[in-house]
Structures are given as structure tokens and as C-alpha cells.
Design a protein around this ligand. Structure first.
Ligand SMILES: [Ca+2]
Length: 359
């Protein structure tokens, strides 16, 4: 005969064992605190460990306007380089070309030293089997769906340059998808969406000339023969591509190169793009500030850079950034903690007053 407290202990153990791990791990923000001009401390539970490394973070404010990208050191991660060792004026630091935003950005300009492929990032790193990639992008140019082939970035791998992955408007189409450069692209009953075309109507027309936040999370299929790879894309906070059964790779390789800007085939004589707040990590764990109380309804959303050493399961230290973006809109913003499993916390109102930090 068991004594009641032993029975209860066993019952609790059983309940914990049966509960989905995700439920137990969900992050909760309980409070924030801040001393004068110091970092904000976010306190709560379920933040977990950071569980990865930041391989790129740059807001480009530390680089003088006019600097060529080659050799610039980001705030965190790999030194920037241009593809094909390009060292001309086609990839340089410029001011953001919009009135409602300030600061420095990277301009990729295919029209200078005209070339179909112009891009920057890093090569020969990792290898990586999982990456969360985000940036703000503004692109212009005379894209023509019938003739143009445009890719925002390229991930290359270490097995004869495979695996690969790229946000793409496939040739002859005008809607954004994500492609591994392996599939035939042919639409069939068993493969109705081979290019992972988005479900929210993102096309050249409604992404051209706008400064927008792109987010891509990918996890390679494992083993490489299985169709269990992950590809998710958010544009201004909205999830428009969500494939959890993609065979990204067909070889036993992983990603080693990242090149942002990339191909503007068919319109390279007019194509220009500006990129800012470029962040890449091997974990989706991060802090976001956004304009909505429901995370999936965020439209203005800015990543809050956290050094991995400032992240613990119950507390995160962060210097808030891009606060002015929310002051200009509704004056209210919400903090979110996303853990390394991609689970999103409750919305926590931004601390008052919204103190802008130098940017
Ligand atoms: Ca910037």
C-alpha cells in the first residue's frame, strides 16, 4: 500500500512524462526592469538555453558611408565579403533610402560594374544544418516576370556546392517561393508546390520599392534521404511559407556559404537593393519587439540583439533598439521571447517610458 504522498509524487512524475515537452518549455515573461541607461532585464521562465551561435549581426551603423563591404567586421559573426572577391562600388555602405527610417545600410547595386550576380555575406563557415536568417530589404528594378530570374540570397553547401536554398521568384512567374536548386520545378499531383510558393500573395509588385522585414528559418532534412526538412518564411511578421516535409538536400552536405543580394538575371541593368539589420543564427532563440499583442498579427517588428552570454533560462539582458519605430506608430510596443524550439512567449508591454537607445 502506497502512502498518499508517494502516490502523488508518482502521479506528478507520470503527468510530467506524458506532457509534450513544448508545453513545459513555453517561455513566459513575468516582468522587466531597467536601471538608468543600462540594459533591460527580461525576467520569466521557460526561456531555455540560447542553444546556438550568432553567425551574423550588423546594423551597419559602425561602418562609414561609402565603405566597400569586403573585410568589414560586423557587430557579431563572420567578417563580410563579396562573392567572387568583388571589391568595387557595387556593394557599399549607404544611407537608408527611405524618409521614415534612418541610419546606414548595405546597397547591392547590380548596375555598377554590371553583373547578373552581385552579393555579400560569408563563405567557408560552419557547416550549418539549421539557420534563422532575417534582414530588412528594399529592392527596386525593372523586373519582368517573363524574362527575369531573381533570388534574394543563396545558401551553398559543402558537397559540390550542395545543398542549396534560396528565396526565389522562379523564371516566368512573379510570386515568391523557396527552392533548393534540385527539384525539377514541375508541378504534379504528388508535388503540387515544388518551389514552395507562398500562400499570402507576395509577388514582385507588392514587395518592390518597400522596406520590409524578411525572416527565413530552415532546418535540413535528416537523414538527407528523408522528406522532413523545414522551410518557413515570414514577411513583415506574416507566415507565408511553411513546409515541414521538404527534401532540401539530396546529398550528405550542410550549408557553408551565405550570399545576400545575388541574382538579378534579365534586369541587372536596373536592379538595386538595400539591406539592413542582418541577423543570422543557428538558433531561432531571440527577442523581438513588435506592434501587436498577438505575435502572428505583428506588422512592425524589430529584432533585439542579445549576446548569447546574456541569455539564461530565467533572465535575458538586452539593449532595446528601434524604439522610435513604435513611438511613431501607436506608441505602444510588445516584447516577445522566442525560445530555441521556436515557441513564442506572452506579449509583454514595453517598459515606460520608451527610452530610445543610440543607434
Ligand atoms: Ca542600419
Amino acid at each position: 500500500m502506497q502512502t498518499p504522498h508517494i502516490f502523488i509524487k508518482k502521479l506528478i512524475t507520470l503527468v510530467i512524462a506524458l506532457a509534450p515537452t513544448g508545453l513545459l518549455a513555453a517561455p513566459v515573461i513575468t516582468t522587466t526592469s531597467q536601471t538608468d541607461s543600462g540594459p533591460l532585464t527580461i525576467t520569466g521562465s521557460g526561456f531555455g538555453s540560447f542553444d546556438g551561435e550568432i553567425v551574423s549581426w550588423d546594423d551597419f551603423e559602425g561602418h562609414p558611408v561609402g565603405s566597400k563591404i569586403n573585410g568589414l567586421k560586423p557587430i557579431a559573426g563572420h567578417t563580410w565579403s563579396a562573392i567572387y572577391d568583388y571589391n568595387g562600388e557595387g556593394v557599399v555602405i549607404t544611407k537608408t533610402p527611405t524618409e521614415d527610417d534612418t541610419g546606414n545600410t548595405v546597397k547591392v547595386d547590380w548596375t555598377i560594374d554590371p553583373e547578373t550576380i552581385r552579393a555579400f555575406g560569408w563563405a567557408g563557415k560552419g557547416p550549418y544544418n539549421q539557420l534563422y536568417i532575417t534582414y530588412r530589404r528594399l529592392m527596386t528594378g525593372n523586373f519582368v516576370a517573363a524574362t527575369a530570374n531573381h533570388k534574394q540570397f543563396y545558401l551553398y553547401g559543402n558537397k559540390s556546392q550542395m545543398p542549396q536554398l534560396m528565396p526565389v521568384i522562379p523564371g516566368g512567374q512573379d510570386r515568391w517561393g523557396v527552392y533548393n536548386n534540385v527539384s525539377t520545378g514541375a508541378i504534379s499531383a504528388s508535388n503540387p508546390n515544388p518551389n514552395n510558393i507562398n500562400t499570402l500573395g507576395w509577388n514582385w509588385g507588392n514587395t518592390n520599392g518597400k522596406l520590409q522585414r524578411w525572416e527565413i528559418f530552415t532546418k535540413l532534412n535528416n537523414p538527407y534521404t528523408e522528406k522532413n526538412g523545414l522551410v518557413q518564411v515570414w514577411l513583415d511578421g506574416k507566415l507565408g511559407i511553411d513546409n515541414k516535409s521538404y527534401q532540401i538536400r539530396t546529398v550528405d552536405g550542410e550549408f557553408t556559404d551565405f550570399r545576400l543580394g545575388h541574382i538579378a538575371q534579365g534586369f541587372y541593368t536596373t536592379a538595386r537593393a538595400w539591406f539592413d539589420d542582418l541577423y543570422i543564427a543557428t538558433t531561432p532563440a531571440r527577442v523581438e519587439m513588435c506592434d501587436a499583442k498577438v505575435y502572428a498579427e505583428c506588422t512592425v517588428k524589430h529584432i533585439q540583439y542579445v549576446k548569447p552570454g546574456d541569455w539564461s533560462p530565467t533572465s535575458i539582458k538586452v539593449n532595446l533598439r528601434k524604439i522610435s519605430a513604435f513611438k511613431l506608430s501607436r506608441g505602444v510596443a510588445y516584447l516577445y521571447v522566442i525560445n530555441s524550439s521556436g515557441e513564442v512567449s506572452n506579449a509583454y508591454p514595453s517598459p515606460e517610458p520608451l527610452t530610445p537607445t543610440p543607434e
